[in-house]
Each structure stands twice: as structure tokens, then as C-alpha cells.
Design a protein. Sequence first.
Length: 124
Amino acid sequence: MEKTILEGYEIRPGTIVYVNAWAIARDPEIWEKPKEFIPERFLNSNIDYKGRDFELLPFGAGRRGCPGIALGVASMELALSNLLYAFDWELPYGVKKEDIDTHARPGITMHKKNELCLIPKNYL
């Protein structure tokens, strides 16, 4: 909306600025072991995934945040809880949990480089 200077760069009005959430999520000044998949780091944390904390922006933030966040989160919780309730999940024969590859493909959205293979067993 107006000319400003950010980190020594002049940003003119009307410029489209893309926030690199990937780089924020891997900043070693914010995260311990930023390149490792450690979901437990959020268990006792005040960081909110809804865009209020800029360390974690899975749905964007501010006016450009995802308008369907409530529906998306509710749908995923329902689907995941049904899968966890109905099945016991096992790794294929001969595969150990240390063998699971958590690397992601490069891009603006995150996709696993190698698919995760699990075997569902009916829960009795």
C-alpha cells in the first residue's frame, strides 16, 4: 500500500510479496533440529497453526489465510480418528521404523519424496 524498506530492500506499492513458509519452518534460529521431522515439538507449545504465530504457517496468515481452515481441520480430525479407531497399523514385514523416509520433495507445498506404506489390520 505504501513504499517501505524491509531488511534493506525497497518494496514499492503494489508489489506482490511471497512469504517463504518453508524457510521459516526450517530456520535453525527458531527450531532445534529444523530439518528433522519431530511433531512432538508442538505438544507442550503455545504455537498455533491458525496463523497467529509466524513460526508455523500451514494455512497462511492474516487476510490471505485459508478461509476453509475450520472445515479442513474438522474433516481431517474426523477421517484420521476413524482410521485410527477402526484399524491397527503395522509396517510391512522386514521394515523397521528407522527405515521410514521422512524427506519431502521441493515445492511450495509439502509432499513426501517416498510414499509411506502401512498395512491396516482390522481392530478386534
